[in-house]
Design a protein around this ligand. Structure first.
Ligand SMILES: *[C@@H]1O[C@H](CO)[C@@H](O)[C@H](O)[C@H]1NC(C)=O
Length: 462
């Protein structure tokens, strides 16, 4: 009897010791760690880990956070998937390092709704293990952990637990809501969507501060999520490589170098071509048929009642699942003569050529529809950075935070309305130029101006 009690006690205490030994190390404030007088190298002002459960290279906002923190003297570790090439400045900066997450096995990725409910949890388990290893063991305990949301599962729960164990402070950067994106896939009423909304609400409370992309999102966090910690709206701003090209000749010269303009060169050189640019993810939540229908309507009017309308070249960039389907549709429309005076081309450009294309075009089109109503399309931000006026889908709450109607862009709610805007702006160059001036003014507002006073102050860097 006593012997078995002793052996149980032994097992329990061994298990506890192992558990305690396995606990991740904790964050130690600077004063405690460095004895006075040891000044071999200057200490960083703060240490921030940035976590994104996505491709780092395609997470511009998290990369800008990293650059800003490093620029202000902080030390940054980015944890995320390393698929596409990250920003060159990130790669070359001595105070930014990347800890890559292991990609989950490819077979767990599915678009099948039934399989998704089976594979989804498996994928999450795999991610939990990888995240735990990276956050709790592969890295030093930071003062701050900045997490992108969404995806929220399993990041928010793991991040909350790790921050509790390591005594780091959690900051959530809200780009959107995880559950509203899941609802696009599964429908509003799906139990997983409800569970996910509950999960997001519960775990976000452990954060010591929140950033979000719009004022509208702040009020949702406050009212519906009942967040008590400080919520700091931090609007997206374009990266430095997006800037206007003021000289119209320089714009034409750049367009001339693109293979996509080869069939419309004479109109381009005569100044009777309007270049429209749109970047799409070719997914169900960006209905590309709205733009196609509008262009068909424009073509119809431009060849009948409004003969003086200029020719349009629409350059579409981006990769995605529905691309083939729409390209077939466009080819059919071209054959049946419904796209006269309109040429549609797809392009895949380097980062810098894309920025110059935006700066050289006549008008940008955004088809982004918001799942939550309170997030905003980064692509429009980039267009403004290049001084390009924008027409965009405006049927969501946060749109006016981005575009000032009639000053730097116009909103539409249907393909008919989009066609009307094209008619109005391409039929009257003064109107288009007026919007361009508005967009050029907008391009002066940059990320650092927004970031330094808000995030820099939070991280005690400025
Ligand atoms: C990197 O951080 C150190 C402090 O840890 C600082 O002295 C140095 O200037 C930083 N380097 C850059 C390029 O910002």
């Amino acid at each position: 009897m006593i012997e078995s009690l002793i052996s149980i006690a032994f097992c329990v205490s061994t298990a506890l010791t192992v558990l305690i030994l396995l606990l991740p190390s904790q964050y130690e404030p600077e004063q405690a760690k460095s004895p006075a007088g040891s000044k071999d190298s200057p200490k960083p002002k703060t240490a921030v880990q940035i976590l994104v459960l996505g491709d780092i290279g395609r997470s511009p906002r998290m990369q800008y956070h990293a650059l800003s923190i490093a620029k202000q003297g902080g030390d940054v570790v980015i944890i995320g998937y390393k698929e596409s090439e990250p920003h060159p400045e990130i790669l070359s900066h001595p105070n930014i390092s990347i800890v890559p997450l292991r990609p989950h096995p490819a077979f767990l990725q599915t678009s099948n709704k039934l399989l998704f409910t089976i594979y989804g949890p498996l994928k999450v388990l795999f991610q939990v293990a990888c995240l735990w290893k990276c956050l709790a063991y592969s890295t030093k305990a930071p003062k701050w952990l900045l997490v992108q949301n969404p995806p929220s599962i399993p990041t928010l729960a793991i991040a909350s637990l790790v921050c509790f164990l390591r005594q780091s402070k959690l900051v959530i950067d809200w780009h959107n809501f995880g559950y509203s994106i899941l609802a696009l896939k599964l429908g509003q009423r799906h139990p997983l969507v409800k569970l996910s909304a509950w999960y997001e609400r519960v775990f976000c409370r452990s954060a010591s501060a929140h950033f979000c992309v719009t004022d509208a999102m702040k009020s949702v966090l406050k009212q519906e999520f009942d967040v008590k910690a400080s919520i700091l709206p931090l609007h997206d701003r374009p990266a430095n490589h997006f800037s206007p090209i003021l000289d119209p000749t320089a714009r034409t010269n750049f367009l001339e170098t693109l293979p996509e303009t080869s069939t419309v060169r004479s109109a381009l050189l005569q100044g009777t071509l309007r270049v429209l640019v749109s970047s799409t993810s070719w997914t169900a939540d960006e209905d590309f048929s709205v733009l196609i229908d509008a262009l068909v309507r424009y073509s119809e009017l431009a060849t009948t009642t409004h003969n003086d309308l200029p020719e349009i070249l629409a350059i579409i960039t981006g990769k995605g699942p529905q691309k083939e389907m729409y390209m077939d549709q466009i080819a059919t429309l071209e054959k049946s003569g419904k796209l006269q005076k309109v040429t549609i081309r797809t392009a895949w450009l380097s980062v810098h050529d894309y920025a110059r294309l935006l700066a050289s075009s006549s008008l940008g089109v955004s088809l982004h529809t918001s799942s939550s109503g309170v997030d905003l399309p980064m692509k429009v931000v980039d267009m403004f950075g290049a001084g390009l006026p924008v027409v965009g889908w405006d049927r969501f709450r946060a749109w006016p935070e981005l575009v000032t109607e009639g000053v730097n862009g116009l909103g539409f709610g249907s393909s008919v309305q989009l066609a009307e805007h094209l008619l109005e702006l391409f039929g009257d160059n003064d109107k288009l130029e007026c919007l361009r001036r508005g967009a050029q003014k907008e391009s002066c507002r940059r990320w650092d101006d927004e970031w330094n006073p808000i995030a820099g102050t939070l991280f005690e860097l400025t």
